[in-house]
Design a protein around this ligand. Structure first.
Ligand code: ATP
Length: 250
């Protein structure tokens, strides 16, 4: 582990019955780095994120965050971690402001009201501050989930398809905000997406997961050149359909 390493995953495994959803994967994410976790449906991305969050018990391997073992220090570690996912909206019966306030209290955020005002502005949510989160459109709820994910100024941010329900213009602005956040706060970000254009623009490094294993890892721009593909999407499709062909074409 180097000085800059925020997340260190070693031999992480999740077995359901006889199926290995995640099969002994190892990787790290450094401060200020955005790493894309890619792979076809069922590859093991969400399972990996849930184990890093400590909501799913691994069958094997270890997760270290801020150089501390997750298993032993989850409470302290999670104070500086946060998460947003397309499937994890904030509670719908509270207003947007109330949601941010409650999460802010849980994280013990200083100057909470100022922080909420800043986030409402940042994610263009001011007009919805007093609206119950549950009646917002899915793209609006995604923006609320992202604002919630920033409430404690996390040093490790896990984003599971954070832009999937956003329109192209909002997605562009959101990607830009998250990139700036990573650079400004020197936060480590693990980002899953099926949008390969987005991944090429946003991620410093990608991990291709297939059947729970990391098949390929590297800079998205250089990987496409290395494997003689037009773009990351073409490389993704090749890996998803014919993982073994990589050795032949490279
Ligand atoms: P997607 O891109 O579709 O979101 P993913 O890469 O996030 O997929 P996971 O949700 O991590 O995939 O699922 C990995 C594998 O583990 C899948 O084959 C899934 O069916 C299986 N799986 C996930 N949860 C369970 C469970 N509770 N019991 C049994 N199998 C499970």
């Amino acid at each position: 582990m180097d000085n800059q390493s925020i997340l260190e995953v070693k031999g992480l495994t999740k077995i359901y019955g006889t199926a290995k959803a995640v099969d002994a994967i190892s990787f790290s994410v450094r401060a200020g780095e955005i790493v894309g976790l890619l792979g076809p449906n069922g590859a093991g991305k969400t399972t990996t994120i849930n184990m890093i969050l400590g909501v799913l018990e691994p069958s094997g391997g270890s997760v270290e965050i801020f150089r501390n073992e997750l298993k032993r220090n989850r409470g302290n570690i999670m104070e500086r971690v946060n998460f947003a996912a397309i499937y994890a909206h904030v509670p719908g019966n509270q207003s947007v402001w109330e949601n941010l306030y409650i999460f802010g209290l849980l994280y013990g955020v200083d100057n909470l009201k100022e922080k909420i005002s800043m986030l409402l502005k940042e994610f263009s949510l001011e007009e919805f501050a007093d609206t119950k989160a549950g009646i917002l459109s899915s793209g609006e709820q995604t923006r609320v989930a992202l604002a919630k994910a920033m409430i404690n100024t996390p040093k490790l941010l896990l984003l599971d398809e954070p832009t999937a329900s956003l329109d192209p213009s909002t997605a562009l602005l959101t990607r830009d905000k998250i990139r700036k956040y990573a650079a400004h706060e020197q936060a480590a970000i693990l980002w899953t997406s099926h949008n390969m254009h987005e991944v090429e623009v946003v991620c410093d490094r990608v991990l291709f997961l297939s059947h729970g294993r990391i098949l390929l890892e590297g800079n998205p721009k250089t990987l496409t050149r290395e494997y003689k593909k037009k773009n990351l999407e073409e490389l993704f499709i090749t890996i998803a359909r014919e993982p073994l062909s990589l050795e032949i074409t490279s």
